[in-house]
Design a protein around this ligand. Sequence first.
Ligand code: TYD
Ligand code: MG
Length: 450
Amino acid sequence: MVAKTKIQYVCTQCGAVYAKQVGKCFSCGSFNTVIEEKVVKGAKAQVSLRDQQSTVTPILEVDSLKIARIKAPGQELNRILGGGLVPGSVILLGGEPGIGKSTLLLQTALRSNNTILYVSGEESLNQIKIRADRIGIDNENCLLLNETCVEEVIKQFKQYKPQWVIIDSIQTMYSQYLDATPGTVAQIRESSSLLIQYAKQNDVPIILVGHITKEGQLAGPKVLEHMVDTVLQFEGETQNAYRILRSFKNRFGSAQELGIYEMTASGMREVSNPSEILISQRSENLSGIAVVASLEGNRPLLIETQALVSNAVYGNPQRNTNGYELKRLNMLLAVLEKRGSYQLGMMDVFVNIAGGLKTADTAADLGIAASIISSLLNKPLPSKMAFAGEIGLSGEVRPVPRIELRIKEAQKLGFKHFMLSDQNDIQIETKKIEIIRIENITEAFSKLFS
Ligand code: TYD
Ligand code: MG
């Protein structure tokens, strides 16, 4: 068949394809994201991935044993993945440049007992070796390949039959049957789909590294996130040694799981007791500091929240948050003003979660509100106290899920008091910790500051 070149227009945001140039993508609504791409028609499908024919099977005859997971070295990664790698699953690991994606994956490959093929399109074999030397482990089962053509990569899979594969990164891969440069939507989609087919048909798990754009989105089409089974994201600030690995989507486990790593001079170290590092710098007599018993995925985590409230000297009061949603802070401030009669309207308010952590747990509301009022009144909160409660629009403190887990974590770390909603039922023994039940913010603050 003679290959024919065709031009199509693809949205870089969502991957929608158009026959004509359009200014606004009809599918996702973004402006100026549709770009021209050349496609060679009729040349595709030369890559045969296997010879068998497909068959239909009743569900009862499908062998459950096949779902046995492949253990990755390191507890954190296994836990985030829901107990290990599922054969045939495809995992996308996103993160900003320099955050440590390559380090984490190379180190995982070096520590594993499985035969792992690490395909790098970004670094030469020498550069990878330098990194491996820093990590300081040798492993004959760790195979390296420096290649960016996806058809060549799959050829190597067939020859070396690795038990799992790492592709660093998907943006560097290209299919030779597509006339588009690597990194374009068409190439990312095509390369991923070939790799995903290989993974599914041969029960080999594949981890794809994905770059993140300046806006914090995974570069390439959003469809990539839909194509893979699991999306993990590596977060953190490069100045800070702590890194957070979080799952956003997981077909084989719970999403929103989180693991914490520390970047050291010789690779990533797992932090198995994150609550301790997140609150270790706590000073007892400072105002504006509260400890929240939050839940990240299935994991209880004590986090320190800090608030600073001061007179707005430059006119418009500023509101700023780090690690907590700004909209939520604005709502909290409105509730504190209206239901608690605190004059915050002309104040600058800054809220920060220690350790570069981000929380989306609404149970943080009560602790954050307490830290704001503590800073406003310049009165420190009682020491060894943890908070968990969601604040509603009428100032009521609402119950939060899995309170027992949160209390147990606080108890484990030596906390003596725990403030929560009077609506929360507690099913466990709480002898070692004082439980303070409150109905609304007025009651909370009168207990805390009078
Ligand atoms: P890297 O894994 O290359 O990041 P990514 O693949 O996400 O772009 O990490 C690069 C940074 O990590 C770099 O600034 C050097 C640092 N690093 C260490 O601190 N310790 C180490 O053992 C290694 C290998 C790298
Ligand atoms: Mg890298």
